[in-house]
Design a protein around this ligand. Structure first.
Ligand code: CTP
Length: 404
């Protein structure tokens, strides 16, 4: 990677010493490093050591006017090809996830328009804490890449996940992020549905389900990353719109169907939304009230349109490849097979959503990939973005083959 520039944000953890090795080995491979330290980092590694190894001065203070005059913090954050945060402490991750900008490191991280790689390091309890889990999930959604942490014994004497990845692993992650990305889906138009739908009962109540939208959004992001022109139609979710994706927000199944039909023609449709199968037959115009002595209201339901089947049986504009999900409890394979046939789709990605599987709302997924020709492939448990990337690769192979 000769000539590629890394802005290295060194956080305040015992693993900061590994940054010296990272810089030394990275420079051997032709990378250049500019280092920024947090105040806490300097308790663990000296600016002089970082300066000597990187060959550049170390940036430390947001308010040092001389430094601002020489190189503003905005420019510092943008002059790099990649920003690496190592060690990414629990505190730095929290600041990044919440957009804080109260020192030079956090300000640079907020101001940058470059990819960010974080190498977390902390006590295992801190890594497992719900606050850190939330922050990491948010950062992944925001597009931050992670390397590590690794399991093992920590400086504090405890065992578990929390050791910073070794310099060699961080360098490999840097090289993977800097490698020019192939765009195998350039010129392909893709439609993705994601999230739950909300079906109103009255102005304040609705029917819905537990879908977080993470998998659908990750697929949209991965298809865009692979060069596709992506339209994402999403139900209500607590996620940011994926970068580079045209995102339409809807509430009900009928609105979702309408937006999807508007998006046609497309080359590929991926239906990852957990569409409510039924909606209340009538939506009350005002809030339903409890009335003394009256039995609870009975909800009469009617069936929602099946978006996947509508797309897969479209008389004029059926996408060349229609992909559905089968979220099942019980005999996943048998139910997925019957869904594939019933909905006339080409592929089904099946997953087990039994309680305890951690799929709903989680960051990882375990997929069975079924094709119309009867072949089945079990994928290992993967990060949801990795599921998206794997799918993007298979779509590119399939459409490439169909084009040829
Ligand atoms: N789907 C859809 N429109 C619906 C229901 C489902 O587009 N009204 C799509 C989902 O996006 C998913 C696939 O169909 O790709 C399967 O969804 P799932 O909820 O598992 O299947 P159902 O049709 O609800 O079948 P069942 O209730 O028998 O499981």
């Amino acid at each position: 990677m000769p000539g590629r520039r890394i802005l290295l944000v060194v956080g305040g953890g015992i693993a900061a010493y590994k940054c010296l090795e990272l810089i030394r080995r990275g420079r051997e491979r032709g990378l250049t490093f500019r280092c920024v330290t947090t105040r806490a980092a300097e308790q663990f590694v000296t600016p002089l050591a970082l300066e000597s190894l990187s060959g550049h001065r170390v940036w430390r203070d947001l308010f040092a006017l001389g430094e601002e005059a020489e190189m503003g913090h905005i420019r510092l954050s943008r002059d790099a090809d990649l920003v690496v945060v190592a060690p990414a402490t629990a505190d730095l991750l929290a600041k990044m996830a919440n957009g804080h900008a109260d020192d030079l490191a956090s300000t640079l991280l907020l101001a940058t328009d470059k990819p960010v790689l974080a190498a977390p390091a902390m006590n295992p309890r801190m890594w497992e804490h719900p606050a850190t889990r939330r922050n990491v999930a948010q950062l992944r959604t925001d597009g931050v890449a992670f390397v590590g942490p690794e399991p093992g014994e920590l400086a504090c004497g405890e065992q578990g996940f929390g050791r910073m990845a070794e310099p060699q692993a961080i360098l490999e992650a840097i090289e993977a992020l800097l490698a020019p990305r192939a765009k195998p889906l350039a010129g392909v138009r893709a439609l993705v549905t994601s999230g739950p739908t909300h079906e109103p009962i009255d102005p304040v109540r609705y029917l819905a389900n537990r879908s977080s939208g993470r998998q659908g959004h990750a697929i949209a992001a991965a298809l865009a990353e692979a060069g596709a022109e992506v339209e994402l139609v999403t139900g209500p979710v607590a996620l940011a719109d994926p970068p580079g994706v045209r995102t339409e927000h809807v509430e009900t199944a009928r609105e979702m169907l309408e937006r999807c039909l508007d998006a046609l023609p497309v080359d590929v449709a991926v239906c990852a939304a957990a569409v409510c199968d039924w909606r209340p037959a009538r939506t009350a115009a005002s809030k339903l009230k409890k009335e003394e002595g009256c039995p609870p209201p009975v909800l009469e339901l009617e069936e929602n349109p099946d978006i996947l089947r509508t797309l897969a049986t479209h008389p004029r504009s059926r996408p060349r490849l229609v992909i559905g999900f089968a979220a099942e409890t019980g005999d996943v394979l048998a139910m997925a097979r019957s869904k594939l046939a019933r909905k006339n789709c080409d592929w089904i990605l099946a997953n087990d959503v039994s309680p305890g599987s951690g799929v709903f709302g989680g960051e990882r997924n375990r997929i069975l990939w079924l094709r119309r020709d009867g072949t089945i492939e079990a994928w290992p448990e993967l990060d949801k973005l990795e599921v998206g990337r794997r799918l993007a690769k298979l779509i590119a192979e399939e459409l490439g083959g169909a084009r040829a």
